[in-house]
Ligand binder design. Sequence first.
Ligand code: SF4
Length: 382
Amino acid sequence: MKFADEFRDRDKAAALVREIEKLCDGIETTRHRPLNIMEVCGGHTHSIFRYGLEGMLPPAIELVHGPGCPVCVLPMGRVDDCVAIAEQPGVIFTTFGDAMRVPGSRKSLMQAKADGADVRMVYSPMDALALARKNPGREVVFFGLGFETTMPSTALTVLQAEADGIENFSVFCNHITIVPTIKAILDSPDLHLDGFLGPGHVSMVIGTAPYEFIASFYRRPMVVAGFEPLDVLQSIWMILKQISEGRAEIENQYTRIVPEAGNDPALAAVAKVYELREFFEWRGLGSIDHSGVRVRDEYARFDAERKFSVPNIKIADPKSCQCGEVLKGVLKPWQCKVFGTLCTPETPLGALMVSPEGACAAYYQYGGVKRQAHNEAATAVS
Ligand code: SF4
């Protein structure tokens, strides 16, 4: 298949669902409880709701929406740090659009901009570097956010700034790593997961080998999946096939994009510029060992955390906010007390309602709530 619409073929999707149902019927566990399959990546969450995939699947499969949306796991204190940097005189603070609307304890970056801070949306860190070239009298800070998918572009921009001798550019590094987070989820007593849809974009950079422990130690299957509807359905079928045959392996459905060994130049840039932090704070998941990176000493002059005084204070989420439970898959988005009332995409209380990859925003936008409510009503009357 070459074109996107071929991966959205209704008849092929229906045929895959029939095969999924057959496999489910032969798996003993489904007689007692549904199989819990976590999609780690926010891009998958978005596809699942956009194309109504959850509603096509048999009740024997429960999709659990994981923590793979980097905007969603950004703790409130880090947003406060961004605002503190952006409000310093002479700073141009640059960021991807989604991050501008994430609430901090005082204000979001969008509100800081309305109050006079020079906050600008960019499409890549190279745009921020271009701004630094154009504004030699100002300090341009790029908000480095995201998993291994976006880490290389920030690293390459730092290397470019060094090569060009640019001194008024720095990165506020909040890049995070997916593997320790999956381990933390597997160790969580709240959750029993039967398999994972592996992240497609992250795996394009890191390959599939870093996930081997999931199969060898935890005995759970993972299938690295693409983002089109047939990709997701085929990957679910592959997970079920493993379960039905008593296997736990790391498989790659997204072979048209993901090389098994990862992307060497991207990994080399990452290794050159960053080192692992001892721990990093995640919204809703707490502190996870080695789950974030910082800029190495060799590139300290491009590190905003060293150039500016950053408050670095931990701020608890508002009491009504249940992002943590949703991020761990313990609650469905619509089960949060403030979903759709105090928390909507226009007035987000939590970060999961901000990004289109956030489970709450996806549920809100594509009507998952109505379907869930309908299913529950149907169960209640049957
Ligand atoms: S509805 Fe809002 S507060 Fe509740 S979990 Fe979702 S984003 Fe967080």
